[in-house]
Design a protein around this ligand. Structure first.
Ligand code: 4AD
Ligand code: MG
Length: 463
């Protein structure tokens, strides 16, 4: 590289009067007749670097004192110890080149903007402290996830994004079609004839790579997916988006206990990596975004997760005598308020809830002997609630087909999935972690819309 990254300069032990060149964007500028202070960021780390410019620069009067927030510059100068307390080093500029100016209507002036406003300029918000830090955390977390699984002998499986099967069975899939919406081919009964569509059948964007991951696990033993998933659920909540990334390990010869063990080790390991790698970003989140961030991270790293059954969770909620918006009784799906009561109030650390009623869970989960509950597990973390959902899979052919019958599912459509239960079936288990939910947890970001670059939510798909 012909220039320096600010991160590398700030990490140096000594300034050594080194001759440096940096390229970046102005966060702030303070000008006077004799001196200009420019704070420049290149996104390589949370901090920017201070550049000191004087009238000795040939273009001081004509260009430098006109520089303002958002301008792109290339600065050459000497790295020196800073006299100011705010920063370790600064650059005494010997040359400042203007790379790109900003027009007067630049919407990202140096002041606090609301998250709502920033979403409307999502193409510029990576330049803000919060979104810049979030993007660095996302990158580090993605790397940590691959490293965790690869170091444990898992294989990265690329499952299809376009699929014909509905893994979660919740009917929340986006249709993929090339048919003309104004004039689709119809069957004699008037319904759309999808046999004439691109794939010769109905197709959708996947809600989960799990079913296909299972086929990989029953050959490679340990696999994981890490890719985009889509849900057409009309939930306007701080923890739902229509497009999110999911990490789904799938393990052969594994039961629910093994699954929980893996989930806990996984969460601890990737959290530790992110906190170490992005310590400056996390420090910012803890100070300015949510004061509890560091504390809740600590509960992941330094406690063993509580484990309770769904029935115990319901008991806890009933005994609390709290007025929940959604009334509590055995059989309900746990809502965010219930999950957060259990994690934030009762245990104050992550909690794994197991053995949910089969009625509120997907078709593929292992049926317990009581005939009523399944070997499911959700990992709930403080502030966010469910971050992971998983289960031991139903690997018994007869039990699985019986369950599909109950749910009115077509066995023919899942012929390949059922084949796994006929040819060398083994107990296996896995889980899915929502990547954005993890990012929310580790940063303290309150709304999932600030945990991705361009959130996709009901009624909005700009950018
Ligand atoms: O609990 P879910 O629906 O489980 C599955 O999809 C399984 N097939 C996973 C598996 O066992 N392989 O989703 C898994 C996780 C949730 O715990 C949550 O973190 C996240 O995905 N998630 C969402 N994140 C953001 N927006 C949404 N609309 C989400 N729906 C689920
Ligand atoms: Mg779930």
């Amino acid at each position: 590289m012909k220039y320096h990254r600010i991160k590398d300069l700030l990490l140096r032990e000594h300034a050594d009067q080194m001759e440096v060149t940096i390229k970046g964007w102005l966060k702030t500028a303070r000008h006077s007749k004799e001196l200009s202070f420019l704070n420049i960021s290149d996104g390589s780390c949370f901090a920017g670097i201070q550049v000191v410019a004087t009238p000795q620069l040939a273009n001081y009067e004509t260009e430098v004192i006109k520089l303002d927030t958002g301008c792109a510059v290339s600065v050459t100068g000497t790295l020196v110890d800073s006299l100011g307390k705010e920063q370790k080093y600064e650059i005494q500029a010997s040359k400042i080149e203007i790379v790109g100016l900003v027009t007067e209507d630049y919407p990202l002036q140096k002041k606090r903007h609301s998250y709502e406003f920033l979403r409307t300029i999502a193409h510029l918000r990576p330049r803000t402290n919060t979104i810049g830090a979030m993007l660095r955390v996302r990158s580090a977390a993605a790397f940590a996830i691959h490293q965790f699984f690869q170091s444990q002998g898992f294989f990265y499986l690329h499952t299809p994004i376009i699929t014909a099967s509905d893994c979660e069975g919740a009917g929340q899939m986006f249709r993929v079609t090339v048919l003309d919406p104004k004039n689709p081919p119809c069957k004699p009964d008037g319904s759309v004839d999808f046999s004439q569509d691109f794939f010769g059948r109905q197709a959708f964007l996947t809600v989960s790579g799990q079913l296909e991951a299972e086929t990989g696990a029953l050959a490679l033993s340990n696999v994981y997916t890490f890719g985009p998933t889509f849900r057409a659920e009309n939930s306007n909540t701080p923890r739902h988006v229509a497009e999110f990334w999911m990490i789904e390990p799938e393990v052969a010869f594994c039961d629910l206990d093994g699954d929980m063990e893996l989930a806990e080790q996984f969460l601890k390991s990737i959290t530790k990596y992110v906190v170490e790698k992005c310590s400056d970003d996390i420090a910012f989140f803890s100070e300015f975004v949510d004061k509890n961030t560091a504390k809740t991270i600590d509960t992941i790293l330094n406690s063993s997760f509580a484990r309770i059954t769904y029935t115990e969770a319901i008991d806890i909620l009933l005994k609390s005598k709290k007025q929940f918006e959604y009334p509590v009784e055995w059989g309900i799906d746990l809502q965010s308020e219930h999950e957060r009561y259990i994690t934030d109030q009762v245990f104050q650390k992550p909690v794994i809830v197991t053995n949910y009623p089969k009625k509120i869970k997907a078709f593929y989960m292992y049926l317990n002997d009581d005939g009523n509950t399944v070997r499911a597990m959700d990992v709930l973390v403080p502030r966010v609630g469910e971050v992971i959902g998983g289960s031991q899979r139903e690997h018994r052919y007869d039990v699985l087909t019986q369950r599909m019958k109950e749910l009115g599912m077509s066995e023919a459509a899942y012929w390949w999935y059922l084949d796994l239960r006929k040819y060398g079936s083994v107990p296996h288990a896995g889980f899915g972690m929502g990547f954005e939910r993890f990012v929310q947890f580790v940063t303290g970001i309150a709304n999932i819309r600030e945990a991705s670059l361009y959130p996709r939510v009901p009624g909005y798909a700009e950018f």
